[in-house]
Each structure stands twice: as structure tokens, then as C-alpha cells.
Ligand binder design. Structure first.
Ligand SMILES: Cc1ncc(C[n+]2csc(CCOP(=O)(O)OP(=O)(O)O)c2C)c(N)n1
Length: 514
């Protein structure tokens, strides 16, 4: 057995089931090893950002890492933006990156680069294997580290893949640490002091069903308001569940949402700050003087049992169980497609148990509010701010949860970064309906220009924020990549198209023209 096969056998024994790959010559022993380890499904992505985004989506649903297989420094570099998003989401991901044979590298061959330097940015753990005998144990360690919610990168020189190796024993993964009793006590004190002037800001595992139900008990007993972070990595959503308000994206709206509060308790989230710094404005969106307490930190700061912490807090406050009163189900909108009618149409057509991947940018900022009474579903949001993750995340989520249909709400500009993901959706027969929010521009940048006082666009600002010349034809683009597609120009056409796409198995794309 060579090192490559030993590494893959070790990964399979540790529970790894998928490898999102775009290999080259330096990874071919690992590719051949995948033939001999059929427990690991090999999935080709036509760009490394598809592989890394898919690994993120897979991790969010499976709660365990997939492998990526990437070609030296340039391959890893192509995948970095979505690894950044994975890191921000606290997603476990294991990158296997091939490297030139150690004796070849000093000759500075093509593709030689400092892979470790590139990997460091996004990885909580980086190692270069130094022998074929060590590579399987290195892999076992990478998987264990990743399983605590981090990106781990193992750089595997070619001779470590083709030389003789032996499988290693998987390394046990510690359970997420419970939060300290002090943190629970401090949060209870804060909420009792703040009453209705308090907000519980929920993110990460606090948006699991258990977390939400415990948060609702706390809110009912203390008067605190429930708010989700703006772009949750994964949130359980829909009828019967408590529905926190989303913290708005734009700074003035976020400040208005938190205005007047005296106590802010964050759970599985970070203290709220604006996405960007603006002249003369503070970074924080919490009011000056508001007291911040952290019950559980954000996922990327290390695994913590945020939902368990909320349950302990609810118990400490003596908060009884609460039921969420039923709301009328969303109705089908009519008329022109706008951000409101588009999200309303999707909410009205959701099948029970669907996964909704949301990279709809400005079009879907209202989606969570529209979907509170829709059938129960799971939302995977855009966490890290690096655009181009939606369609790849949908690939990974669909592979992790094959019994659940996926709807990907996809802004058009962002979608064009990793449009190759559609081909993988077709190749793997994934049940994904992509709804392209086709506003034919970088609308958010136009908003930001207007907020900065630039109402009149000059030729450069107009050109650099416009996607209309030429207008991208998503229907033909999708068909060319093997995905059946239709265009919808009104809310009625969109609901009809959603019915078509959700009835037929396999991937579909709907160009919703705004
Ligand atoms: C990797 C990366 N490149 C560039 C940006 C800057 N950026 C943020 S949003 C955006 C355009 C978004 O346009 P679209 O996806 O069509 O959504 P819309 O704003 O139109 O709703 C760009 C270029 C980014 N966030 N990440």
C-alpha cells in the first residue's frame, strides 16, 4: 500500500465520505487511491472554489469534514475565498494539497510556490508530511483538528503519496466545551437587569432547533428580544419555530434595530459590527453604553455548546417551555418580480424539509422574515463575505443531505464567480433548484455609492457596477452546463417554474428577471 492509499483508508475509517477534487499530476497517487477506497465518493469540481465551497456546504449539513484535493499552490489559491467563508462559518474542512517531490522542488519547477504561506491564512492547522510512513497519521490529525470546526490543510509531497505507507488509527475528537457557569450566571444577571431593553444575538449552533427553543423560553421570561446575526451559517427556520428578527445588513438599519438596548448578550455570534468602516461612524452597531456579555463565542473562535448554554440559561431563569403560535402560511404573490415578490414566491413554494442556500445578496435580505411561516426548513447563509459561495455550498449540502431538496437563492453577480458548480450539480444528479436573482448589476455597490453621496454615476462607476452589456443569458448558460433552465419574468411565472423544477428530480435553474 502506498502513502496515498494509507491516507485515504485512514480518512474513511475516521468517517470521511466525500472528496471534492480538482487534481493535477502531483495528486495522481491520491486520485488512484480513491479507486481503491470506494467508501470515499470522488466529486469533480471544475474550479477549486467550487471544491472548497462544496466542502463548506457539506460540513454545515453533515457536521463533519469532507476532503478537498487541490493542485499545489495555484490550486489552493483558487479555492481560498471559499475557504475563508468556511473558516468564518466554523466549518470543518480538510484540504489535501499535493506538492512537488521534495528533491524536485529546489529546481524551481513550474507551479512551485509557498503552499504553507497560502494555507496559513485560512487554516487552523497546516502541516507538510515528511515521509510516506507519516502521511496517514498526519491525515488522522488533520481530520481530528478540522472536526472541531476548523480548516486543516495537509500538504503532501509526491513521494509521500507514492512511497510505502500504512493506515493510521483515527484520532478521537473532543466534544464541544460547555460554556462556563460564570458565563451563564453573567448572562442571567444581564437579562434580568435589562428586561425588555435586552437583545439576545444568536448565531452558529444557537440557531439549531434546541437553541431557538431555549432562546424563546428566555425571551418570554425576561422580555429580551431575539435577533439573528445577519448571515447565519446554518439556521433552522419556518413554521412552529421561534423566528428571531434578522440583524439588518446596512449600518443605519442595524443601529435602528438595536437602538435603545442596554444589554446585548451574544450566543454563538460575534459582537455586531458594520461590514465596512465608514468615515466618522463607529464600527459597532450596538448603542454606546450598551453592556455586552458573551454567553458563547462565534464558531470560528472554537467549538462551544451554544445551544446547551441557552438551555442552562433558560433553566437558571426558571423559564417555562413556550409554544410558537401558528401563523398563516405564506401566500403566492402576483405581479412584477421585485426582491419582495421573489422571496415571497420562494417562501410560498417551499417543500417541507428543503435546504435553502442564500447568496441572494440584496434581493434576499428580506427572505428570513418572509419565510417564518413557511414549512420547516434549514437556511445556509453567506457567512464570510467573499462572494461566489452559493452554488458550491448547494453542491455540498445536497451531497450531505441527499433526501432533502435544495433551493439556492443566487445573486447573479456572485453566481458568476463559481458558475461551474452547475456542471457538478448535473454530473452528480443533485436535486438543486437555483433561483438566479437576475438584477443584472452589482446592486449593492450602487447602494453603497448612493450612501456615500454619489448619486450620479460616472462612466467608470457605471461600467464597474453594471452587468447588462452584454446581458448574461442564464438559461443558455445553465443548459450549456447540463442543467435544465427556464426564465421567469413575473411572480406567477416564478411560482409555476418553481413547481416544475421541484417536481422533476435533478438540478434546475430559474432565471428570475428583476
Ligand atoms: C471575492 C469577492 N470579490 C468581490 C467582492 C465585492 N462585492 C461585494 S458584493 C459584489 C457584487 C454583488 O452583486 P450581486 O451578486 O449581483 O448582488 P446584488 O448586489 O446585485 O444584489 C461585489 C463585487 C466580494 N465581496 N468578494
Amino acid at each position: 500500500m502506498n502513502g496515498a492509499e494509507a491516507l485515504l483508508r485512514t480518512a474513511a475509517a475516521a468517517g470521511v465520505q466525500v472528496c471534492f477534487a480538482n487534481p493535477g499530476t502531483t495528486e495522481l497517487p491520491l486520485v488512484a487511491g480513491l479507486d481503491r477506497v470506494p467508501q470515499i465518493r470522488a466529486v469533480l469540481g471544475l474550479f477549486e472554489g467550487v471544491c472548497t465551497g462544496a466542502a463548506d456546504g457539506y460540513a454545515r449539513m453533515a457536521g463533519k469534514p469532507a476532503l478537498t484535493l487541490l493542485h499545489l499552490g495555484p490550486g489552493l489559491a483558487n479555492g481560498l475565498a471559499n475557504l475563508h467563508n468556511a473558516r468564518r462559518a466554523g466549518s470543518p474542512v480538510v484540504n489535501l494539497v499535493g506538492e512537488h517531490a521534495s528533491w524536485h522542488r529546489p529546481h524551481d519547477p513550474a507551479l512551485a510556490s509557498d503552499i504553507g504561506l497560502l494555507a496559513d491564512w485560512v487554516s487552523g492547522w497546516v502541516r507538510t508530511s515528511d515521509s510516506p510512513a507519516a502521511v496517514a497519521a498526519d491525515g488522522a490529525e488533520a481530520i481530528a483538528v478540522a472536526s472541531t470546526g476548523r480548516v486543516a490543510t495537509l500538504i503532501v509531497p509526491a513521494e509521500c503519496q507514492w512511497g510505502p505507507g500504512e493506515p493510521a488509527t483515527p484520532v478521537p475528537v473532543p466534544a464541544p466545551a460547555p460554556v462556563s457557569e460564570d458565563a451563564v450566571r453573567a448572562a442571567a444577571t444581564a437579562l434580568s437587569r435589562g428586561g425588555t431593553g435586552s437583545v439576545l444575538l444568536l448565531g452558529g449552533p444557537a440557531l439549531s432547533e434546541a437553541g431557538l427553543r431555549a432562546a424563546a423560553r428566555i425571551a418570554a421570561t425576561t422580555g429580551a428580544r431575539l435577533v439573528t446575526e445577519t448571515f447565519p451559517a446554518r439556521a433552522e427556520w419556518g413554521a412552529g419555530l421561534p423566528a428571531p428578527a434578522r440583524l439588518p445588513y446596512f449600518p443605519e438599519q442595524a443601529r435602528a434595530a438595536l437602538d435603545g438596548i442596554g444589554e446585548l448578550v451574544v450566543v454563538g455570534a460575534r459582537a455586531p459590527v458594520t461590514f465596512f468602516g465608514y468615515p466618522g461612524e463607529p464600527s459597532s452597531t450596538a448603542p454606546q453604553g450598551a453592556v455586552l456579555s458573551t454567553l458563547a463565542g462565534a464558531a470560528q473562535d472554537g467549538p462551544q455548546d451554544a445551544a446547551g448554554a441557552l438551555e442552562r440559561l433558560a433553566d437558571r431563569l426558571g423559564a417555562p417551555e413556550v409554544t410558537t403560535p401558528p401563523l398563516p402560511a405564506p401566500t403566492r404573490p402576483t405581479g412584477a418580480l421585485t426582491p419582495e415578490t421573489l422571496t415571497a414566491a420562494v417562501a410560498a413554494c417551499l417543500p417541507d424539509g428543503v435546504l435553502v442556500v442564500d447568496e441572494g445578496a440584496t434581493t434576499t435580505l428580506g427572505y428570513l422574515a418572509q419565510a417564518t411561516a413557511a414549512p420547516r426548513h434549514t437556511v445556509l447563509g453567506h457567512v464570510g463575505g467573499a462572494i461566489g459561495q452559493g452554488m458550491p455550498v448547494a453542491v455540498g449540502a445536497a451531497i450531505a443531505a441527499p433526501d432533502r431538496p435544495v433551493i439556492a437563492l443566487q445573486a447573479d453577480g456572485s453566481g458568476l464567480y463559481t458558475v461551474q458548480a452547475l456542471w457538478t450539480q448535473a454530473r452528480e444528479h443533485l436535486d438543486i433548484t437555483t433561483v438566479v436573482c437576475a438584477n443584472h448589476g452589482y446592486r449593492i455597490l450602487r447602494f453603497e455609492l448612493a450612501r456615500a453621496g454619489q448619486e450620479q454615476l460616472g462612466p467608470a462607476t457605471a461600467s464597474l457596477t453594471d452587468l447588462d452589456d452584454p446581458r448574461v443569458d442564464w438559461v443558455h448558460l445553465a443548459q450549456g452546463l447540463g442543467v435544465p433552465a427556464r426564465q421567469a419574468n413575473s411572480a406567477e411565472e416564478l411560482t409555476a417554474a418553481l413547481e416544475w423544477a421541484l417536481t422533476e428530480p435533478g438540478p434546475h435553474l430559474l432565471q428570475a428577471t428583476l
